[in-house]
Design a protein around this ligand. Structure first.
Ligand SMILES: Nc1ncnc2c1ncn2[C@@H]1O[C@H](COP(=O)(O)OP(=O)(O)O)[C@@H](O)[C@H]1O
Ligand SMILES: [Mg+2]
Length: 252
């Protein structure tokens, strides 16, 4: 795919309602889908803790599916603690300018950047992933949450923070990731987010391999929305056929 053929964002930032909620899973699905299209995509994680020999870090997982693998991340820390703590222990300041410069130096047609932790997780004193997201100026924003009880508040809180603190950023495409263990709300949250006016665009990510068919369909639905197309919803309803409809993922 040549640059001229890329209609969508050149940089997609992936943020989350929490940690361990599926950001890497969604990032890998997005990068895989773009790579399968022939796009020179690079998936990266500029700030990561728990980086130890032999560990399949988020950065490694994103690099594995990238058409253009990233260079060594600028802020990789060994202790498996919050990056702000790991940085403090190492006597390092996670400077947003340095993160941005490194991301910009990764040559690719499309960049997918995973943030570390949740949207408001600290990177240092008075600095959070929201500040990093602003600094990165991505044309695409993906907010990942889990399809379980509590997610309506979590997405509402993130959207409020984004609206107030980062009004210049595009509205996020919300990805609701299917939980390992369902609760009574699982399956209804995507519709509720829209009916209640908490999120305009919601895509459901099924359980299963991040490079499998279900994840690919969800990733394509996310990309279609980021590209400004109606696209197909995860249930395969036609482009432009009104609001996205939702169905539980069938994979895995
Ligand atoms: N949709 C899914 N299907 C199967 N496993 C998943 C899914 N989403 C996340 N996981 C698994 O859950 C764990 C946490 O997800 P991950 O993407 O690493 O979260 P985060 O990047 O937000 O910390 C990982 O082991 C991941 O493989
Ligand atoms: Mg991750």
């Amino acid at each position: 795919m040549s640059s001229a053929q890329i209609r969508g964002p050149r940089r997609i930032t992936v943020v989350g309602t929490g940690t361990g909620i599926g950001k890497t899973h969604v990032g890998v699905a997005l990068v895989s889908a773009l790579a399968a299209r022939g796009c020179r995509v690079c998936g990266m994680k500029p700030i990561e803790s728990g980086v130890t020999e032999g560990v399949r870090t988020d950065g490694v997982q994103l690099a594995e599916v990238s058409a253009v693998p990233p260079g060594r991340a600028p802020f990789g820390f060994e202790p498996p603690v919050s990056p702000h703590l790991a940085a403090r222990q190492a006597g390092v300041d996670i400077a947003l300018g340095a993160v941005k410069s490194w991301v910009e130096a990764q040559e690719a047609e499309v960049q997918v950047v995973e943030t570390a932790g949740a949207l408001l997780s600290p990177l240092g004193a008075r600095t959070t992933n929201l500040d990093l997201t602003r600094a990165l100026q991505g044309q695409g924003l993906v907010l990942v949450g889990v399809d379980r009880l509590g997610v309506l508040h979590e997405v509402a809180a993130c959207r409020l923070a984004l609206r107030v603190l980062a009004p210049e950023l595009p509205a996020p495409v919300v990805v609701l990731n299917a939980p390992e263990v369902e609760d009574a709300s699982t399956g209804s949250n995507a519709g509720e987010l829209q009916v209640l006016g908490i999120a305009e665009v919601v895509v459901e990510m099924p359980r299963g391999d991040a490079r499998g068919a279900g994840a690919r369909a969800a990733a394509e639905a996310v990309l279609a929305r980021l590209e400004g197309r109606g696209g197909k919803s995860v249930d395969g309803s036609a482009p432009g056929a009104g609001p996205l409809r939702f169905r539980r993922g069938s994979e895995g």
